[in-house]
Design a protein around this ligand. Sequence first.
Ligand code: CMP
Length: 138
Amino acid sequence: MNRTFSIIKPDATRRNLTGSINKIIEESNLKIVGQKRLLLNKEIAEGFYAIHKDKPFFNDLIEYMTSGPVVVQILEGEDAVNKYRNIMGSTNPENAVEGTIRKKFALNIQENSVHGSDSEDNAKIEIEYFFKKEEIVG
Ligand code: CMP
């Protein structure tokens, strides 16, 4: 059993897709063991995406991620990081496999509905960025 970190992004919360995305997550045998709806401020969003700070899309990304509510989540299950990446599909929905969350719901490469950790190490860092121990109930 391990854990990954997920964000349901503003394009998805705006279209009332939280439940539809959670249904896909739960039907894939990932358990939501932590979850909260937040409005990110600029500082929190910039800190979370610091790794992308030199990318040309950084300012647009921060503006988008602070434009509406997000749902931050901890997902638990066997091989959770890889499993969630497979369920999400490619960053660019044009390349995403049929049946994945991004293929179903993403609008474009930026407004791509969900984020998921890309490694075990980053999952740990990202979970700790948003959650206290008491907020995680398995
Ligand atoms: P995410 O997996 O959260 O990681 C970085 C985010 O930047 C990505 O999803 C998209 O929302 C956004 N983004 C915008 N443009 C690009 C791009 N050209 N390549 C990768 N990510 C992008």
